[in-house]
Design a protein around this ligand. Structure first.
Ligand code: APR
Ligand code: ZN
Ligand code: ZN
Length: 368
């Protein structure tokens, strides 16, 4: 039995109650969660931006301790500390072998809300099957997850900090280090400075960008952006970010790399506009499925030599990137503690969603 936060249907508040878990099947692992970050993508399931079946245990950014392993599991054993990866990475498929673990061919099953084979391991209090987000459902004290969704870490890393590596840090820092091609001395802009955007900012700093322009509509976020490495902040409610960035970049007319980390049509268009000729636009925010763009290929792509690149999960290969990120954290180059605005109990999950809607927090983290 485990206490979990369940979404029963679109726009419904989450309900916290006990669920029943089966033993892990072959290739699966039972993990006692220590912590789970609350990410905008959880909210995006609640409001339908990311369509998933319900009733579902949300949460996809966690870390914990392995309690039990299923048949054939070799990479972890009970007692190991693990980060749960939002994207499973098998290491053996076409994408994984080409260094694109973030596109692992096993990951597509997440849309079923089940395990890799589409079936469920968790039951509601009335005995009916529950779905889980991203094969994980980290808004639960205990979870059954695929072995290929866990990354073993050293036992001395605080699990509360490690949980953030499962989605937000991986996505944001990876966008700057892996997806984008930031060169030493570049000027970059980040539109949207929430839990993921702040990580794109610190990733850009680590990649060697010298000017980092942060755009948000919330003053607190712009303050945080500066702590994470932004050199300039633009409040989008006070001035038009596009003309402000043209003013800042002079004859170059735009930044070398622009990141959009919200997922709105308007801000995606802004990110493309503020990208200089020959520069890159990196789309990180997850848009609703009905968002479409009108692109003039002559002026926006061909004559201007611009690149627009989608970024899924920071283009990360987790077995390499998790240890790499933890090294950066140990050296003091990567901020993790500073991302946590609030530590909460799973009972406070709806308040955490409200705080995120209000733009008040970088991350709320559930501690179990
Ligand atoms: N202009 C500028 N900033 C905006 C605007 C806007 N029109 N709309 C929202 N913002 C800012 C908010 O103030 C907030 O700081 O965008 C930020 C979004 O941050 P979070 O809600 O914390 O979201 P986050 O968890 O960072 O996720 C961002 O990445 O992984 C995806 O699904 C996720 O699409 C989401 C995006
Ligand atoms: Zn997420
Ligand atoms: Zn794979």
């Amino acid at each position: 039995m485990a206490k979990a936060a369940i979404l029963s249907g679109l726009e419904q508040p989450l309900e916290v109650r006990d669920i029943e878990l089966e033993a892990p099947h072959a290739g699966e692992v039972k993990v006692r969660l220590a912590a789970s970050g609350v990410c905008h993508s959880d909210l995006s399931v609640q409001n339908g931006t990311i369509p998933l079946p319900t009733p579902i245990v949300l949460g996809h950014e966690g870390a914990g301790v392995v309690e039990e392993i299923g048949e054939g599991v070799t990479t972890v054993k009970p007692g190991d500390h693990v980060v749960l990866s939002y994207v499973p990475q098998c290491g053996n498929c076409y994408s994984c072998k080409r260094g694109q673990g973030y596109m692992c061919e096993k990951a597509g099953a997440a849309v079923t809300g089940g395990m890799l084979d589409g079936t469920s391991r968790v039951k509601d209090s009335d005995g009916s099957n529950l779905f889980v987000m991203a094969h994980l459902g980290t808004f639960s004290e205990t979870s059954i997850v695929p072995e290929i969704s866990v990354v073993k870490i050293d036992n001395d890393v605080p699990l509360k900090l490690a949980s953030l590596l499962g989605c937000g840090v991986q996505t944001g820092v990876g966008a700057a280090l892996n997806t984008a091609d930031i060169k030493e001395g570049d000027t970059v802009a980040i539109i949207g400075c929430g839990g993921v955007g702040l990580n794109a900012i610190q990733g850009a700093r680590i990649a060697g960008a010298s000017e980092i322009i942060a755009v948000d509509q919330n003053e607190t976020k712009l303050q945080m952006a500066k702590e994470f490495g932004a050199t300039t902040g633009i409040n989008a409610t006070e001035k038009d970010p596009v003309s402000a960035i043209f003013d800042l970049t002079g004859d170059r007319a735009g930044v070398d790399v622009a990141f959009e980390v919200i997922g709105l049509q308007k801000t995606i268009e802004q990110a493309m506009q503020i990208t200089r000729r020959g520069g890159e636009t990196i789309l990180v925010g997850v848009p609703r499925l009905d968002v479409n763009l009108t692109i003039n290929p002559a002026f926006q792509l061909v004559y201007t030599g611009k690149t627009v690149k989608g970024c899924w999960y920071g283009s990360s290969n987790v077995q390499q990137s998790v240890p790499m990120l933890l090294d950066l954290w140990k050296k003091g180059d990567l901020k993790l503690e500073e991302l946590i605005s609030r530590t909460i109990s799973v009972n406070d999950i709806n308040e955490a969603f409200e705080a995120m809607k209000g733009g008040e927090v970088a991350r709320s983290v559930i501690e179990y």
